[in-house]
Write a protein that binds this ligand. Sequence first.
Ligand SMILES: Nc1ncnc2c1ncn2[C@@H]1O[C@H](COP(=O)(O)OP(=O)(O)OP(=O)(O)O)[C@@H](O)[C@H]1O
Ligand SMILES: [Mg+2]
Length: 253
Amino acid sequence: MRKQPKYVAFSTQKGGVGKSTFTVIVASMLHYMKGYNVAVIDCDFPQHSIKGLRKRDIDQVVNNDYFNKLAFEQFAALNKKSYPIVDSSPEQAIATANGLVESDNMEFDVIFFDLPGTVNSRGVIDSLSAMDYVFVPIIADQLVLESGLRFANILSDNIVVKHGNRLKELYLFWNMVNGREKTELYDVYETVIRELGLSLMQTLIPNSVRYKKEVSNDRKNVFRSTLFPPDKTLLKGSNLEELVEEICQIIKL
Ligand SMILES: Nc1ncnc2c1ncn2[C@@H]1O[C@H](COP(=O)(O)OP(=O)(O)OP(=O)(O)O)[C@@H](O)[C@H]1O
Ligand SMILES: [Mg+2]
């Protein structure tokens, strides 16, 4: 009998708030830094942006001596392969993951799902309710935040621990926080979040240009990659290690 991995999604209705970014970075940190085994189910049809990123990451490693050596050393030391990224429709996401869990040589600790933001699609709702945990990136822009809170509220009212659904908990976290200090605006928003009975993570993620970085020929500092964890120098001040710690606690890894 294989162990049952945790099913986790970074999800919200609004586009461009960091769903795919955190899926990739957190998956890579767990798999390449923390010693866990993960997989990603890429349901973001038709872009399949994570699958696309993996293709570019592989090209880079094949064509660039520096990354080739880095990959060789990393995988020799880890003694395991890169994590699988499997395309799926949102409807088939759980079946796809279950199939992978049954058939892959690897025993997984966590499966991440990158789902599209359309909650009015039955497939997305069903897949979300089959997650163990959902993390919702929110940003302090009124319209984006309202949409994020509406999404979290609907999910938590209708799905969390109801009708035998698997979803246990839903956590919001601040992304793209500007400046060194949070402003009073955040306090106001956090009051609303508490009043709605929603859970907010302690870690907040700063707005940072390093998120625009992918591996490229002229750059040796990896940040978002499906084959490497973020470079140590770029991790500093990113709060990603704190985020990963907090996620591990929440999902009891
Ligand atoms: N903390 C951050 N600071 C700066 N840029 C960020 C941050 N988080 C994410 N981004 C950037 O925001 C953009 C959107 O992120 P991402 O593609 O992960 O969003 P998404 O929610 O998956 O969007 P979609 O709904 O289109 O799939 C990306 O260019 C990403 O690099
Ligand atoms: Mg995306």
